[in-house]
Design a protein around this ligand. Structure first.
Ligand SMILES: NC(=O)C1=CN([C@@H]2O[C@H](COP(=O)(O)OP(=O)(O)OC[C@H]3O[C@@H](n4cnc5c(N)ncnc54)[C@H](OP(=O)(O)O)[C@@H]3O)[C@@H](O)[C@H]2O)[C@@H](O)CC1
Ligand SMILES: [K+]
Length: 513
């Protein structure tokens, strides 16, 4: 996907990073040790800049190349006049880059088992990085405990955090800053790893963008640069239906609020027209609470067909407050049975009760969504809902959250928004994005309804499904984060305004094409 230059949003798995290292070394001019030297220098520079007054720095070095980076850090810091102690676990393999780094670091090495650190000192964690292969134990686990009260700068990843999944293997360092190389890894963004990394800093160690392109990564950090060039901005000659028409299905008389919240979010997110489709017995309560948003009765599949024929909504939200059962399934399948071509239905956002209704019939949903020219399907489960649709994928302990979302997207022929504090968005074509701008305030009733409304509005305005889901997740999180404590879902649609304004302004500066 064509990212703007310098965006650096690709996320590399440890295997992809190793491939990038190989390709960079093959392309030259730097060899493996040259990369390591740059890596170590970058970490040392962070230490010197962030902790200029550190009286003592303890560098913990493992047996692999992460330890090799550590020996470079120790040497550079000592040369800069810092008091450095080196604590080592294991021996670098003869002939390895780490062995070269060790040979050039003439400081005394002490065994990690003897590690002690004075209060106020700084720890550089270079025990394990991309090569972490099992749980931390013994001296490494003890070092984690000792470092708990100290500032830690981690090299590549805090030791104990899986770069692939963000899982903690045994125990892990909690860093104030983590310096990683070339691109971030999933473990920097997925939880719980993200919380152990502190500030993640990206160092350029001489691996060029062309090399990263060759790796053809399919995972990205969800930042506006990922989708901004597709973000809709209304043309001067627009009219309301040209700006996209969203329809949101309402639940019965005692469960209408969720749909209205979703509808309001869709309207705020740029849909020119929004209609709540309501059961007859909830028309009155919906009417009492709607002004600019339209209202229409939809009790049966025929009603839904009629709405599509007459009013041509381009995107639907089904699920918030809707109720679980046949009606949800029938309505969703009726929408997905339409064509996308020639001003048809662009897409369906399936949330909440809409998701649970397909608990034992995901294959019906995936068949409908997989039909050529079917509207795009976006499914937005939190973990519980994810488990209802994909129990085997959720239960597979070998898979990271990223891999789970990807597997579900491929199976369902849908964009999956696997929600949480580390929401993962995955597309059936294997692209995926990890979102990291969320805030705990977003975990509030109705917050998901707003997210669905934003996604549908962006779909209706012609954004592709993966991009609309990514944009919706980021915008929703950004609005919640900026609002802060006291946030309720009712506040969110208005909180979107400032975020949307900035995006529209930024979009107008993106060159077209
Ligand atoms: N050119 C490059 O590639 C560049 C790479 N760079 C740096 O290299 C790092 C990756 O290096 P790496 O592949 O050597 O892996 P690393 O993390 O050092 O660990 C492997 C060693 O640890 C051992 N081990 C693992 N887990 C363990 C445990 N729990 N407890 C005990 N032992 C354990 C493991 O043992 P094994 O699994 O083989 O039995 C093996 O001996 C990367 O993070 C970056 O910092 C930069 O310099 C830029 C250029
Ligand atoms: K480390």
């Amino acid at each position: 996907m064509g990212l703007p230059a310098g965006a650096n949003l690709e996320i590399l798995s440890p295997a992809e990073m190793a491939e990038a290292d190989r390709l960079a070394i093959a392309a030259g001019p730097l060899d493996g040790y040259g990369l390591m030297q740059r890596a170590g220098e970058a970490v040392a520079a962070v230490v010197l800049a962030r902790y200029p007054a550190a009286s003592r720095v303890h560098v913990l070095c493992g047996p692999g190349n992460n330890g090799g980076d550590g020996y470079v850090v120790a040497r550079v810091l000592a040369e800069a006049g810092v008091s450095v102690a080196v604590w080592a676990e294991g021996e670098p393999r003869a002939g390895s880059d780490a062995a070269i780094a060790l040979a050039r670091c003439r400081l005394e090495r002490r065994p990690l088992e003897a590690f002690i650190a004075e209060p106020g000192s700084l720890v550089v964690d270079a025990l394990y990085g991309a090569g972490l292969s099992r749980a931390l134990s013994g001296d490494a686990a003890r070092a984690v405990e000792i470092a708990a009260g100290l500032s830690v700068v981690a090299v590549d990843l805090p030791s104990g955090v899986s770069g692939e999944s963000g899982e903690i293997l045994g125990t892990a360092f909690c860093a104030a800053a983590t310096v990683t190389f070339a691109r971030k890894k999933p473990g920097h963004l997925l939880l719980p790893g993200r919380e152990h990394c502190g500030e993640v800093m990206l160092a350029d160690i001489g691996i060029r963008n062309e090399v990263i392109e060759q790796v053809a990564a399919r995972t990205f950090e969800n930042e506006p640069e990922l989708w901004l060039s597709n973000f809709p901005t209304p043309a001067v000659d627009t009219h309301k239906y040209k700006r996209g028409h969203v329809s949101v299905f309402s639940g019965g008389p005692s469960a209408t609020g969720a749909a209205r919240l979703s509808a309001l979010a869709a309207a705020r997110s740029g849909a020119g027209a929004v209609t709540v489709l309501s059961p007859a017995n909830a028309m009155q309560v919906n009417a009492a609470h709607l002004t600019s948003i339209m209202l229409r009765k939809a009790d049966t599949v025929e009603d839904v067909q009629e709405v599509i024929g007459d009013r041509r909504p381009s995107a639907f939200v089904l699920g918030p407050g809707f109720g679980i059962g046949d009606k949800a399934r029938d309505f969703a399948l009726a929408v997905l049975a339409r064509k996308r071509q020639d001003g048809g239905v662009e897409g369906l956002v399936l949330d909440a009760d809409g998701i649970t209704s397909f608990r034992n019939t995901v294959s019906t949903l995936s068949e409908a969504a997989g039909r050529p020219d079917a509207p795009a399907l976006i499914i937005t489960p939190h973990e519980g809902e994810f488990g209802r649709l994909f129990p085997d994928i959720l239960g597979d302990k070998k898979l990271s959250k990223l891999a789970k979302a990807r597997a579900a997207a491929a199976r369902a022929n849908a964009v999956i928004v696997y929600k949480g504090a580390d929401t993962v968005i995955a597309a059936p074509d294997s692209r995926a994005a990890i979102n990291a701008n969320g805030a705990p305030w977003l975990a509030t009733a109705g917050s998901g309804d707003v997210l669905s409304g934003i996604s549908a509005a962006l779909l209706a305005q012609g954004m592709q499904a993966f991009e609309s889901a990514c944009a919706a997740v980021w915008i929703h999180a950004e609005a919640g984060r900026r609002f802060g404590p006291g946030l309720t879902a009712e506040d969110l649609p208005l909180a979107l305004v400032a975020v949307l304004r900035e995006l529209v302004e930024a979009r107008q500066k993106v060159p077209i094409g």
